[in-house]
Design a protein around this ligand. Structure first.
Ligand SMILES: [Zn+2]
Ligand SMILES: [Zn+2]
Ligand SMILES: [Zn+2]
Length: 405
């Protein structure tokens, strides 16, 4: 018996212990244990030593865990220590370098001492960094007439006013109207406003904003000072503010949002490397899914919306803040987009680009987009106004187009 106990000592401490317990139990209960036969290789070496104790699945799992802790954990710990050491070493080196430069600055041997500028630039623009922002398109924005209106009734009136527009696109939810120039764009808007037609549009090129988040500045940063320093470094910032963040780590090191005009001067901010002695990282802000607070449609902002006023809770024609319904009211909410029993900002509504159904339709939408031949843009004239030219009705599935392409 003792011999068997000793022979069970193997590499695995768990099985060893398990064997020992089992065999002691056998000894005390005076049972004879039927051992499985050993398989001997011809040269006399043991090639298979089956476990002495039947092991359940639970025990196998437990065993693997124990083995992991016993063998792998020390190795991992060792590796992490190496990493920490290396990090500490490089930090130390950096500190030493910093003190050396500091000392050099104050020493008399420095012949041409130069004051460190508040804003330090990279020599060239980093193309990879620049590509993180949407490309600037100097185009006249489209006007999207909301689909309760039949645009065909208004085309001739627009032509009569000598407004130049390109062939519109009719789709399930909108009529997309591209204008020839900014002046025509404004004229169409005026016409729509005068006739109380619901539409939305987007910012015009010289109103476009560049949004940049700045990471790496200290918590006690003075925003006014930052604004002044950026301005004096010829970076035309319009506003800077601290972003509201939930994470504690970010609260310690605030995230700054700078808003600039989207032009050559504004883009200069992407060359900034150091601000007031701090190394900074620049990133585009995380793009939020936009829903219009005025008409509740997805994909545009209230600022450029002239759509039908809709309430997020009851789909009534009033602002959501003035709605009489609240959480306690018995009536179910009504969606302003699909008419369903949910509020219009419900993320699973199939009009919301976040919803599963919308995502699935996106595939069909892209397929449609790639398969439809692209026609050159054509101006609407008196010659072609009565043809079907401006009626490119899209056959893509309903509600797959909450956001126009
Ligand atoms: Zn809107
Ligand atoms: Zn309401
Ligand atoms: Zn809905």
């Amino acid at each position: 018996m003792l011999g068997r106990l000793v022979s069970s000592v193997r590499v695995c401490p768990y099985y060893t212990a398990r064997n020992a317990i089992n065999q002691t139990q056998m000894l005390t209960q005076q049972k004879v244990m039927q051992m499985p036969k050993r398989h001997w290789a011809q040269v006399g070496h043991v090639i298979v030593t089956p476990p002495r104790v039947k092991v359940s699945l639970l025990e196998k799992v437990l065993h693997s865990t124990v083995m992991f802790v016993v063998w792998l954990a020390p190795v991992m710990w060792f590796l992490s220590q190496v990493k920490i050491n290396r990090l500490q070493y490089s930090q130390k080196m950096e500190e030493t370098l910093d003190t050396i430069t500091e000392k050099l600055k104050h020493s008399s041997i420095s012949p041409n001492e130069q004051p460190v500028p508040d804003i330090v630039f990279h020599d060239t623009m980093n193309k990879d960094l620049l590509s993180k922002w949407p490309r600037f398109k100097n185009v006249v924005p489209d006007i999207l007439l909301h689909k309760t209106i039949d645009f065909a009734q208004h085309v001739k009136e627009i032509l009569r006013m000598n407004i130049k527009i390109y062939q519109p696109y009719l789709s399930t939810n909108y009529t997309k109207i591209p204008s020839y120039s900014i002046a025509d764009f404004k004229a169409v808007q005026q016409y729509f406003d005068k006739n109380h037609l619901p539409y939305h549009t987007f910012s015009i090129p010289n109103e476009k904003k560049l949004r940049v988040t700045i990471r790496g500045l200290p918590k006690d940063l003075n925003l006014n000072e930052l604004f002044e320093k950026l301005r004096s470094a010829k970076i035309p910032v319009k506003r800077v503010h601290k972003m509201k963040v939930k994470s504690f780590a970010l609260e310690q090191a605030p995230l700054i949002l700078a808003i600039l005009p989207y032009n050559k001067e504004g883009l200069n901010i992407l060359r900034v490397r150091k601000i007031l002695g701090h190394d900074v990282t620049l990133e585009p802000p995380i793009k939020k899914l936009r829903q219009c607070h005025r008409c509740q449609k997805w994909g545009h902002a209230q600022r450029y919306c002239h759509g039908q006023l809709k309430c997020v809770k009851c789909a009534g024609d009033h602002y959501s803040t003035t709605c009489s319904r609240d959480r306690n009211s018995s009536e179910p909410p009504t969606c302003a987009n699909c008419g369903g029993n949910h509020t219009a900002n419900y993320r699973e509504c199939f009009y919301c680009p976040d919803s599963e159904e919308y995502r699935q339709n996106r595939v069909k939408r892209l397929k449609y987009k790639t398969e439809t031949p692209r026609f050159p843009r054509q101006l609407v004239t008196w010659e072609n106004v009565d043809t079907n030219l401006y009626k490119r009705i899209t056959n893509i599935p309903k509600h797959a187009e909450a956001i126009p392409f």
